[in-house]
Design a protein around this ligand. Sequence first.
Ligand code: PMP
Length: 395
Amino acid sequence: MEFCKTHLLKVQEENLYRKPVRYRFLDAVHVELEGKTYLSLSTNNYLGLTHSSAVQQAAIDAIFHYGTGSGGARLTTGSHPLYQELEEELAAFKKTEAAVVFNAGYMANVGVISALVGRGDIIFSDELNHASIIDGCCLSRAHRVVYRHGNIDDLAEKLKNTPCSGRRLIVTDGVFSMDGDIAPLNEIAALGETYEAMIMVDDAHAVGILGRGGCGTTDHFGLQGRIHIQMGTLSKSLASEGGYVAGSQVLIDYLINKARSFIFSTALSPATVGAAHGALLELQNHPELVETVLQNAQYVREALASAGVPVEGSITPILPIMVGEAARAVEMVALLKDEGLLVSAIRPPTVPSGSSRLRLTISAAHDRKELAKAVESIIAVSRRVKLSCKKDVKR
Ligand code: PMP
């Protein structure tokens, strides 16, 4: 196992060594770590629903009614009744004929892509797509053509110049997980129609954020009926875990019969499915949560930008602060921790070398006063490590 040691030494030298840290969430955005309380600015719990009493009760009720484990795969004995309720609700929410739940967003992407395309087919994939999409492409054995991030001209050229006698699939994140920007799905849809390609959007970070009532990127662009495969996760705004695909009935029936990550894995526990269902109902009963998270994100983005902090992204609650070198990102995380803030340093291989960043994620559960204090700390730390910041900005 010498090669493992060599690898670990190398990643340590490059400031890329990682290990899981044991956090205890006290509520949706406060964390206890080593006896101290921190404000988390790095949770994908965008709507704060992990600690909603209605969602927690839904999980508890599920355990009491159906037990702690599903005891089998979906196509054997694991499809407890909560699955049907959740899948019907997801299809209605996404305005599609049907939906099917997978055990993780990761498993949905690898299962769906490898079920839809194979040898002789071509996948056109944005260069910043999530790792689970990339892994799904590899597993499918289809030819993968990577187009420049969000670049419609490059995609058009690649579609035009890549002959294909098989199937074509264009796949993109709806909201990019490390950059927070939004895919030009309207233009992608038009190109897909021209080239008779299937279109798949990964809405992991778009549900609860974009579209009417937070139903995702397809609705944000008014593309109902034009996006064949709407994938998403239950692990972010929907406060649980698992993934899903929404689309036509024939697509869903096909995936149930073909996607190996669906077929060959034990179904999710009742508590997990119950919590996701509870969160989906909460989101629909409280559409104002979507407004709150967007307004909180706008507040932080504008405050940082006006101080010259290099914050990127779009209207979404993912705010990357571009730092560059991994060592500097790690240093900033440590300084922010001293200020009572938990922020993630995103480094290679998650992002390209030289584009390390702090990834702030804002939640509807954040309190404005705490956000204001956090913004002051981020500005001070940015200046301390000499990120290009304006000096005396009156705020
Ligand atoms: N797609 C995207 C864009 C993601 O960000 C993630 C998770 N970070 C996934 C898919 C995988 O989802 P899950 O965590 O539910 O496996």
